[in-house]
Write a protein that binds this ligand. Structure first.
Ligand SMILES: [Zn+2]
Ligand SMILES: [Zn+2]
Length: 464
């Protein structure tokens, strides 16, 4: 029987695999996953160079169904489970294989750029990379090797194209690896992507907070913590496609990547030509940015980038009063102030009978539940739901004590979510060490919360 390891805390994936009859075990450390046929992980780069032999399947940017599908596809290709021999299945398997090979080429090309080598060494890098990544695809390997050698001379250009992010095919790093982009399909209504699910402390695998709300083909980025722009690109959504940037508040974990998002998304012939900036202190953020980067922006404009979208055609909605409402791209957006250490707002997005609410960082308030009433998806500041297990006991206690008063406790979050009657409560802004799942489950059930609890991960897609 095949054995599948699922990295903590992806319980939804574990449940879905078990439902299909597989043995799926939760693992907390890389070492525990050694004997498994497939391992579902948050970020496969973390496993680079490890002794893991099973196929790695990444969760980033994909729904539970897509993850389960890839696990099965990998197991079939490795001959561990019987494949369904219909045409659709084999064609999708074929495209997956070639996707992996492209990924290997791209990886090799990137390696070339990072460390200049002689032509011979370059070729062997490519060969190794391909055979290493595709040992179970021997049938296609020779062809791929030959193609790789032909392509060696073009690799540098290829890598530059990818680096430029604006290759004419519009492909993202995620797609280059042969993965389904979260944004390849347009939803019928809302969906939410927790682009960054972390906190102000830099952590590998969990970036600072940023949440994307999508309604049909319209995007609303709420907050822009470190690495937001590159994570979005990896998920298949270049920054130029996002014309609505909203902030809950101006703490560095929520705006640290704004300069990159703003300038990178604008520059070049394909850049964005209009931007809506919404939230507290956004006028000041914009003025400071444009003043500080005046020469940089003018230089880029002189190279042919139109001024619209950066120096002109930026529409600013600065929150200065108590309540706010506006409509952007057919979505009704309301905001209310919530208690935190800086002026902070919670957002509600509504359209066609669906609603998404983002709490922002907040301490407990009676105002949130009525504001979030009946939300299909309620994204909560889960700072205090973390185990903080990456810190020493003493440091964890100090941190928790320091955060009280500016971030709601697990019990308070449970009460707000239950009182709101939200259908899904997403916990993001997670402290070091991941969510304390059992504790959270108990607190939410004690509060009589009837919906689903969703622990956020970077790039997790949440549908209503
Ligand atoms: Zn904050
Ligand atoms: Zn924060």
């Amino acid at each position: 029987m095949v054995k599948i390891a699922v990295e903590h805390p992806f319980t939804d994936v574990q449940r879905a695999l078990k439902k299909k009859g597989y043995q799926a075990d939760m693992v907390k450390r890389t070492i525990e996953a050694i004997d498994y046929d497939a391992i579902v992980v948050r970020n496969q780069n973390v496993f680079a160079g490890s002794r893991i032999e099973g196929s790695l399947v990444e969760t980033r940017g994909r729904s539970v169904n897509e993850i389960v599908e890839e696990v099965e596809e990998r197991l079939q290709r490795a001959g561990k489970i019987a494949g369904t021999a219909n045409a659709a299945k084999s064609s999708s398997s074929g495209s997956f294989t070639s996707g992996v090979i492209t990924g290997a080429l791209v990886g090799a090309a990137a390696a070339l750029l990072a460390a200049p080598k002689s032509g011979k060494e370059l070729q062997s890098t490519v060969k190794e990379k391909i055979s290493g990544d595709n040992s179970d695809d021997t049938g296609k390997l020779d062809q791929a090797k030959e193609k790789a050698l032909q392509l060696t001379g073009q690799l540098k250009e290829k890598a530059m194209e990818i680096k430029d992010k604006k290759g004419s095919n519009g492909s993202s790093a995620g797609q280059q690896k042969g993965k389904t982009s979260a944004f390849a399909t347009v939803p019928e209504g809302f969906r939410v992507v927790t682009v960054g699910s972390g906190n102000p402390l830099t952590e590998i695998g969990r970036n600072s907070p940023s949440t994307l709300v999508q309604f049909k083909d319209k995007y609303f980025l709420v907050d822009c913590g470190a690495n937001t722009t590159s994570t979005l690109l990896e998920l298949g959504l270049p920054a130029e496609k996002i014309t609505n940037m909203l902030f809950t508040h101006q703490h560095v974990d929520h705006n640290g990547d704004f300069w990159t998002f703003f300038i990178d998304g604008w520059q070049g012939s394909d850049g964005r030509r209009a931007l809506n900036l919404v939230g507290p202190q956004v006028q000041e953020l914009y003025d400071t940015t444009v003043k500080f980067f005046k020469k940089d922006l003018e230089y880029r404009a002189s190279l042919g980038t139109a001024k619209d979208g950066a120096l002109t055609n930026v529409n600013i909605t600065d929150f200065t009063e108590e309540h706010h409402s506006l409509e952007l791209d057919g979505v009704k957006i309301t905001a209310i102030p919530v208690p935190h250490t800086a002026p902070t707002y919670a957002y509600r997005f509504e359209a066609e009978g669906q609603s998404v609410v983002i709490s922002g960082d907040l301490a407990y308030t009676d105002n949130l539940a009525p504001f979030a009433k009946g939300a299909d998806i309620l994204v909560l500041d889960g700072m205090m739901t973390g185990t903080f297990s990456a810190l020493s006991e003493k440091a964890a206690k100090n941190l928790r004590d320091g955060l009280e008063g500016s971030h709601a406790t697990t019990e308070e979050l449970a009460k707000m979510a239950a009182d709101a009657g939200a259908k899904k409560a997403v916990l993001t802004h997670i402290g070091l060490g991941g969510i304390d799942t059992e504790y959270v489950k108990k607190a939410f059930s004690d509060a009589n919360f009837k919906g689903e609890i969703v622990p956020a991960e970077d790039g997790l897609v949440i549908n209503p």
